[in-house]
Ligand binder design. Structure first.
Ligand code: ATP
Length: 231
């Protein structure tokens, strides 16, 4: 579904990604792990088109999307849940969801999407900024689902959440995947991300350092030392 080849990206003169090669097959849940500043968010943002590529190509379902605007990419089904949720705080939960269907999807999917996140049901008319962090994360994911993503890019969904909520968010991600949504997931919580993923890539200093089956990476002593807090 997604084929990233020799991708580069820069912030001015500073390179943030170099020679990144990555694939995501239809129906897969692929995790991207690595230390702070390794380039994970930049990679997701370059795939969604928010950040321009300086080299390489991004193929999506057989089509080169490297030069397309982020809006066009959304229309093709590449939908990102940004780091930090970025919900529209003064707007109601319902209006945030409707906005998710602005470029793609159906506003009529609202009940279906809310059914997937029951905690949002009673809060439909509340301002999104009044929700708890965990609820805002659910809203950010739900808003993306309104666009009926073919490929969902999830950036740090568990950031800043209590362990119980992290477990709940990961249950939702697993359920999404079971529904057939293809997911590329970035999370600081490498153990949780590798536990739900099929395959994973480890990034270091803007490059892919390792890749493999998520189960194998969970058991890899190098990964355990560097990212899982095990000696
Ligand atoms: P984190 O988990 O901290 O978000 P990350 O792996 O997602 O880390 P990126 O946020 O993609 O990493 O950052 C990659 C590199 O690019 C870092 O060196 C970072 O300082 C730099 N960077 C990120 N955003 C910008 C920006 N807007 N302007 C300049 N440099 C940036």
């Amino acid at each position: 579904m997604l084929e990233v080849r020799a991708l580069g990206s820069r912030y001015g003169r500073i390179p943030a990604l170099a020679d990144v090669n990555l694939r995501v097959g239809a129906g897969e849940l692929v995790a991207l792990v690595g230390a702070n500043g390794a380039g994970k968010s930049t990679l997701l943002r370059t795939i969604s088109g928010v950040q321009p590529a300086s080299a390489g190509t991004i193929g999506f379902e057989g089509r080169d999307v490297t030069a397309l605007s982020s809006r066009r990419r959304v229309q093709l089904g590449i939908v990102q849940v940004p780091e930090g949720r970025q919900v529209f705080a003064p707007m109601s939960v319902e209006d945030n969801l409707r906005l998710g269907a602005f470029a793609r999807g159906r506003a009529s999917a609202l009940d279906e999407v809310i059914g997937f996140f029951p905690v949002l049901r009673d809060k439909r008319r509340q301002a999104a900024g009044l929700l708890s962090g965990g609820q805002q994360q659910m809203l950010a994911i739900a808003r993306a689902l309104m666009a009926e993503p073919r490929l969902l890019l999830l950036d740090e969904p568990s950031m800043g959440l209590a362990p119980r909520l992290v477990a709940e968010i990961f249950e939702h991600i697993t359920a999404l995947r079971a529904r057939g949504t293809t997911v590329l997931l970035v999370d600081q919580n490498a153990r949780a991300a590798l536990s739900v993923a099929d395959r994973a890539y480890v990034m270091e200093a803007g490059r892919i350092a390792l890749e493999g089956a998520a189960r194998d990476l969970l058991g890899d002593p190098q990964v355990q030392r560097a990212y899982l807090g095990l000696e």
